[in-house]
Design a protein around this ligand. Structure first.
Ligand code: LYS
Length: 299
């Protein structure tokens, strides 16, 4: 496929910290469209999904377990429709965030009417539900929702039950789980590759297994890249940094292996926070990793 549809989703309502709403602009500013064109793609920037500012909305009550649920549901339904339209046009959807709650919409759109696999590259499991969340932030609940858990409006965004099977989801780069989230994730059928696994086995072996699992029986693979999977020394511009992440080269290698698999259907680039960044390096990295996932090679 040589057509790419860029869809921005400048949402930060799912996060505890402000600023990732500026991520799509920062990634565009880093030259995403031109650099994809240099790779030989025809790129259409579809602009941004409409997102209200936190300032326009009522402040959630203290202790709220699903902060900004109405707005986030609405944004994700819109995003899912945009993504579905891109797929119907034969284009590759490339979604720019924004906080990780947007993957509920992007993946619901890509998975409409078919079974897909997902590689979730992240420091966090994003497997909380309203019962387990310590923060009430919906960006910590995306994988739970996509596999049918938690709030029904998120878990069945477009209607029709769970979007993903547990066995079709693999997490890579995990190193920060909340206690009840950790227990739930252990009970699920989701394969989790933590930083410990990457340290012991090496990233290549982990990615080989991840790709094999998510490719089995599926129409293809969506990659959801949270920039906080990277070590904060390489990618400082993220909302929820955690020490001990994957290196610059490991991230490239993961994306290069995804490209070589020939299975990639669509991709999210999320949690870029330009306010916390240094000269836009994190957005520039996001562009580089998208290029590697879409076939850019060293030699
Ligand atoms: N686990 C934490 C929470 O639920 C952090 C999630 C970070 C998601 N990007 O709030």
């Amino acid at each position: 496929m040589r057509d790419i549809a860029i869809i921005g989703t400048p949402v930060d309502l799912g996060a505890g910290r402000r600023g990732v709403d500026l991520g799509p602009g920062a990634i565009r500013y880093a030259g995403l469209k031109e650099r994809l064109e240099e790779l030989g793609y025809r790129v259409r920037d579809k602009g941004n999904v409409a997102v209200p500012l936190a300032e326009q909305l009522e402040l959630p009550a203290a202790g709220e377990k699903l902060r900004y649920l109405d707005a986030i549901t609405e944004i994700n339904i819109q995003l899912a429709r945009e993504v579905q339209a891109a797929v119907a046009d034969g284009a590759f959807p490339l979604i720019l965030g924004g906080d990780h709650s947007l993957s509920i919409g992007s993946i619901s759109g890509v998975a409409r009417g078919r079974r897909i696999g997902v590689i979730w590259v992240d420091a966090h499991g994003d497997f909380n539900t309203p019962e387990t969340t310590p923060s009430g932030n919906i960006h910590g609940m995306s994988v739970a929702a996509l596999t049918g858990r938690g709030n029904p409006r998120l878990a069945s965004l477009l209607g029709g039950g769970p979007v993903l099977r547990d066995s079709d989801v693999v997490m890579v780069g995990i190193r920060d789980l909340d206690p009840a989230e950790r227990a739930a994730l252990r009970q699920s059928g989701i394969q989790v590759f933590t930083m410990h696994d990457i340290d012991r086995r090496g990233l290549a072996s982990v990615m080989e297994e991840a790709l094999m699992r998510v490719s089995m029986g599926t129409a293809g693979v969506h990659v959801s890249l949270d920039m906080d999977a990277l070590d904060p020394a390489a990618a400082p511009g993220v909302g929820t940094p955690v020490l001990g992440g994957i290196s610059y080269r490991e991230a490239h290698l993961a994306m290069e292996m995804i490209a070589q698999s020939g299975k990639l259907l669509s991709m999210d680039l999320v949690e870029v926070n330009p306010i916390l960044d240094a000269h836009n390096v994190t957005a520039e990295l996001a562009v580089e990793f998208a290029l590697s996932a879409l076939g850019k090679r060293i030699f």
